[in-house]
Write a protein that binds this ligand. Sequence first.
Ligand SMILES: [Mn+2]
Length: 300
Amino acid sequence: MSTSTHTFDVILGVPSDCSGSFAGCQFMPSALRAAGLVEAVGAEDAGNLQVVMADPRRDPETGVVGLDDLLNLSAVVRDGTQELLAAGRTPLLVGGDCTLLIGVAAAIAATHPNAGLLFIDGHLDCFDGHSSPTGEGADMELAVLLGHGAQPLLDFGARTPAFSDDRVVVLGPFDEADAAALGSPDPRQFAPRTRIVGVDELALNPSEHVRSALAALEAAADGFWLHLDLDVLSSDELPAVDYPDPRGLTFDELRSVLRPAFASPHLIGASVAILNPTLDTADGDCANRVVELLAATLPR
Ligand SMILES: [Mn+2]
């Protein structure tokens, strides 16, 4: 296949599942490789980090599931990412789940201290350990990066907040009202300059919203990391996710968001998370669609 691209030069798997019960996301890196990820991205495959979330219990102090495992995982992700960023590489991290961002943010603080974050997700991920219905780290990592949440997770970072709020743009959440009803803190309270474009608004003009997100990041930050939680897609488009919801984007809309972001000269790296291959078809339809999405949106 002559489809290689040069946006990313190395792929690193982070086979985590933050439920601590091996619910399936830990298979995402191997499922995407089987679907042709490495060839489609045209990057070196650096294999998987050695991470495991094996404790499904909520920490009694913080309410966070598998807190010690999550801290260990974050250190491994930080070290692995920092080594690549410090060497001038442009990595694509493949989760796993969104908790990988806690380690990524610590690596960015060390190597690109003024960088920002383009966070594309169907959920706000701004619960804390107590308000989260599940206690899973992937319910709360964005709040942690913005300086709100369980103290051990905040203390893990080299600085709090990991990202200044004017350097964070959130695209695609459809759960703002649901999250608020469940007691999720509104990130505008502790990170008022965070730009949040909900899915309905985003879907009206994805190209224009990503253009303005990239302009805001360029003005406020020196480079940016892109994080893509695949549950920003409607579950009609990509059903193999842990919390399926039809309210998300179409593939066509998401391609419009990703293309300019992947083409930006300010991109320092990216992560993609939340495909559960145990919920996919035997032929890996969803894994194939995710690889096609990347192949269709990376510049070549
Ligand atoms: Mn997420």
